[in-house]
Design a protein around this ligand. Structure first.
Ligand code: NAD
Length: 301
């Protein structure tokens, strides 16, 4: 078997960024200000500071007004909620992200619930999760969106194929599974209690891995010709690796996303498209003019 085609996120992200830059210019011309993103960050440990820098730089490149609100690591849940509410109420802010992970003393649910669903560009609020579940047009979690978008933009056929998603988190695994169902794949969701992961993976035409376990999926487990989307980000011996054993998988798969350089870069670009949508939808002359529109066309499909 020849080596798999590499599904690289970088060039796709570039393409998306160019379109976003045009959308920003158009918004600016109509509204007199650029779309604005604010990131709430609680305590600055090294990984989130790097991630924050990356978002801010990505926004600056396309003309988005991006900034952050920093609370100290010992901040209370009430003060984080208050910071989020202040951004919700600010008409000059279009999108809000809360940098994860939060300190253990702060309940994720309290913060997630506080975000205005109209500004929730990373799709973590229950309203947006519900819209996705029903096939309506809400905000998708950017990573799950990127995992499926990389397949779509690479011309990978999804309809009718057997897909396995490994991971059932609210931000990656489950939304990726719902998106695959919307694309007419037959989807199995595997997780930490799945009895025979290898048996499920062996049947899959498409494998999306989002478990946070390096080496969880190896080439020997894959069906020859399978398409592999590796969402995992792990640091092993100072290097970033995914959840898939790339060296063996690349020999068996027909296409595979590298880590780094696959889903990651696309995630950041996709987030910018969500911000543009949020900005356009909240614009005062266009008060929710676009009703939530079903993504699925029929009844029972
Ligand atoms: P999570 O810890 O919330 O969820 C992990 C999921 O994997 C759980 O549902 C769990 O049941 C499942 N799992 C764990 N071990 C397993 C095993 N041995 N077999 C089968 N299933 C198993 O993590 P998350 O937030 O969903 O993130 C998943 C991975 O994606 C992490 O590596 C994270 O760093 C990465 N991630 C990447 C991006 C990106 O932009 N590429 C963004 C967010 C998260």
């Amino acid at each position: 078997m020849s080596r798999a085609r590499l599904l690289e996120g970088g060039p796709l992200a570039e393409e998306i960024r160019r379109a976003v830059a045009e959308d920003v210019a158009s918004f600016m011309a109509r509204r007199g200000r650029p779309p604005a993103l604010r990131v709430v960050i609680v305590g600055r440990d090294a990984p989130s500071a790097v991630y924050l820098e990356r978002i801010l730089r990505g926004c600056a490149k396309v003309g988005i007004d991006a900034g952050f609100v920093e609370l100290e690591g010992e901040a209370t849940e009430a003060s984080v909620v208050a910071a989020v509410r202040e951004l919700n109420e600010d008409p000059a802010v279009d999108g809000v992200i809360v940098q994860m992970p939060l300190p253990p003393a702060i309940r994720l649910r309290a913060i997630v619930d506080a975000i205005d669903p109209a500004k929730d560009i990373d799709g973590i609020h229950p309203l947006n999760a519900g819209l996705l579940r029903l096939g309506y047009d809400g905000f998708l979690p950017a990573t799950a969106h990127a995992a499926i978008e990389i397949l779509r933009r690479s011309g990978i056929e999804i309809e009718g194929r057997d897909a396995v998603v490994i991971g059932r988190s609210a931000v990656v695994g489950m939304p990726a599974a719902f998106l695959l169902v919307q694309e007419d794949a037959t989807v199995t969701v595997c997780h930490s209690r799945t009895r025979d992961l290898a048996a499920h993976v062996a049947r899959a035409d498409i494998v999306v891995v989002a478990a946070g376990h390096p080496g969880l999926v190896t080439g020997a487990m894959l069906k020859p010709g399978a398409v592999v989307v590796d969402v995992g980000i792990n640091v092993v011996d100072g290097h970033i690796v995914g959840d898939v054993d790339f060296a063996t998988a690349v020999e068996v798969a027909s296409a595979i996303t590298p880590v780094p350089g696959g889903v990651g870069p696309l995630t950041n670009a996709i987030l910018l498209t969500h911000l543009i949508r949020a900005a356009e939808r909240q614009a005062p002359t266009d008060p929710l003019a676009t009703p939530a529109r079903p993504v699925l066309s029929g009844g029972d499909r």
